[in-house]
Write a protein that binds this ligand. Structure first.
Ligand code: ADP
Length: 198
């Protein structure tokens, strides 16, 4: 469990909002270990590849959007999840390739779940306060649909173990993910704390 890894992108709006340090700081202070990092300019093709690793993603993203509208008592722009999902994918290609991003791999116990918890829900309007999306941005499904663009929510983080493996393989070469010891792992994970007292 201690070696679980998750893949994170600070999206173009995260860079433009000068939140790189803030976001990295939140992952560091919870005890996760940074094992790979790069700044790059994704192509639209890379953005599409990233979001279509899961062949079900288009349908799921469309359905999530429809459910969100309905939960607020609003009428969704369409009742067809594939139609909405495909639009979202096109908008994401533009969004992710609009400027530099920072890609990272973070390692630690429950890394995938812990990072998702710190990141917060997809729609900043309803992401919990205290999360990255809840604290630093104010976008919504309605605003982004009105302007025919992606929801700007600062960050991407893997949603499952399979997704994390595939995303890490897509964005990093094997030897770019570094194996090293971090001094704080002793206090986080060691069974005995015999080495503290002198
Ligand atoms: P998450 O990033 O929370 O895992 P998804 O995988 O469902 O969420 O969606 C990927 C990204 O696509 C979101 O972070 C957001 O930027 C964008 N997005 C998702 N659904 C919509 C939508 N209905 N309208 C605009 N942008 C969307």
């Amino acid at each position: 469990m201690k070696t679980e890894k998750t893949f994170v992108i600070i999206k173009p709006d995260g860079i433009q909002r000068s939140l790189i340090g803030e976001i990295i700081g939140r992952f560091e202070r919870i005890g996760l270990k940074l094992v790979a990092m790069r700044m790059c300019l994704p192509t639209p093709e890379m953005a599409r590849k990233h979001y279509t690793i899961d062949p079900e993603w288009v349908r799921k993203a469309g359905q999530k959007s429809i459910d969100n509208y309905k939960s607020k008592g609003l009428v969704p722009p369409s009742d067809n999840p594939l139609e909405i999902g495909n639009k979202v994918l096109g908008r994401l290609e533009k969004y992710l390739s609009s400027g530099p991003v920072v890609t990272m791999v973070w390692q630690g116990a429950h890394a995938i779940q812990i990072v998702r918890k710190l990141v917060g829900g997809t729609e900043p309007l309803s992401s919990d306060t205290g999360t990255i999306r809840g604290d630093f941005v104010l976008d919504s499904y309605r605003m982004s649909d009105q302007d025919e663009r992606s929801i700007r929510n600062l960050i991407h983080a893997s949603g499952s173990v399979d997704e994390a493996h595939q995303e890490i393989d897509l964005w990093f070469k094997k030897d770019e993910v570094i194996k090293y010891k971090h001094i704080q792992e002793a206090i986080l994970y060691d069974v005995n704390l015999d080495g503290i007292l002198e």
